[in-house]
Unconditional design. Structure first.
Length: 319
């Protein structure tokens, strides 16, 4: 009994320690908020270990692809305030809640005059295409936003790019986006981050490396379980365990920073299919393993209904 308690306490300490380390690395302390499309960082110390979330009320110009302050002034009558991150559908009153459309976000970041300081933006997920413009210069692209579905190219991608202030120490950010693939959500749906180049580089590469390490460990365990299954094919649980590890690994590299796209030339549709099917397959494999561990071999109506529904959903996604 004492041994089990020690093991439990050790396991709990490891989990809490990992959680604390993750929060220390990616957690955001109290910071200035984005208000009315402006983030005022003058007088705010910028750390080389932590970045800032760009959450808050951004300017938004529906049905406009804007790249400069002059164009924004000309379209001032169309300007809205929209909360980021989140679905952009509330910006339109005539679409019945659909997230199909295009538009431009704008954020102005005010910084202190620091000639030796270099800043960076971390863009996570913008559905389903984007062009990021800083002070009139295109710094990042994911696909091609356009006014029509025929002209636009969807790409799901996470990237980090430099953001250089202008002579007035202002970083004027325009994010053009278009979405004609997902009717449930569009625009900037994941928090963007801003910070010094050292802070963003640290968080960006830490996230990438951590995901690759987790994926590699899961694949190595899948390989080991696969070898065990070949040695003893009667142990069907090993086969379910192999697929569980493979699909769990795919959920890691097909989400977050989309590492899988840097390994294979996948388009938006197939990236989305892999992510959805992976998340669907993980609980199914866990169910098979749970039935095996409890000795359940009878295929009741509930189980068969779940299998048929899952199979139909797989066919629908792959079609």
């Amino acid at each position: 009994m004492v041994k089990k308690i020690i093991i439990f306490i050790t396991y709990l300490a490891l989990m809490l320690g990992a959680r604390w380390f993750w929060w220390d690395t990616f957690g955001t302390d109290e910071q200035p908020k984005v208000v009315q499309g402006t983030l005022d960082l003058r007088g705010h110390p910028m750390e080389d270990r932590h970045s800032l979330l760009l959450d808050g009320d951004w300017e938004f110009y529906p049905d406009r692809l804007i790249s400069s302050s002059r164009q924004a002034d000309e379209a001032d009558q169309d300007r809205r305030m929209i909360h980021v991150p989140g679905d952009w559908s509330p910006a339109w009153q005539d679409k019945g809640g659909s997230s199909f459309g295009y538009g431009t976000y704008r954020l102005r970041i005010l910084v202190d005059e620091e000639p030796d300081e270099h800043y960076k933006l971390w863009i996570k997920e913008i559905k389903a295409s984007s062009v990021v413009i800083v002070n009139g210069n295109i710094v990042g692209e994911a696909g091609k936003p356009a006014a029509s579905a025929k002209e636009y190219i969807p790409v799901i991608q996470s990237f980090a790019k430099n953001a250089v202030p202008n002579e007035q120490n202002v970083i004027d950010i325009f994010v053009q986006s278009a979405n004609y693939h997902d009717p449930t959500s569009g625009g900037i749906i994941e928090s963007m981050r801003f910070g010094t180049q050292a802070a963003i580089d640290f968080e960006w590469w830490y996230s990438i490396v951590f995901q690759v390490i987790v994926f590699t460990i899961l694949l190595l365990h899948a390989l080991y379980a696969g070898i065990m299954f070949l040695i003893n094919p009667r142990q069907k649980l090993l086969l379910a365990f192999v697929f569980l590890l493979i699909f769990a690994g795919l959920t890691v590299v097909s989400d977050h920073e989309y590492v899988l796209m840097s390994w294979f030339p996948l388009n938006y549709t197939w990236m989305l299919k892999i992510r959805i099917l992976s998340y669907l397959a993980v609980p199914f494999c866990m169910l098979l393993m749970g039935r095996g561990f409890t000795g359940q071999v009878r295929r009741g109506p509930v189980f068969l209904t779940y299998v048929v529904a899952s199979a139909l959903y797989w066919i629908f996604i792959l079609a």
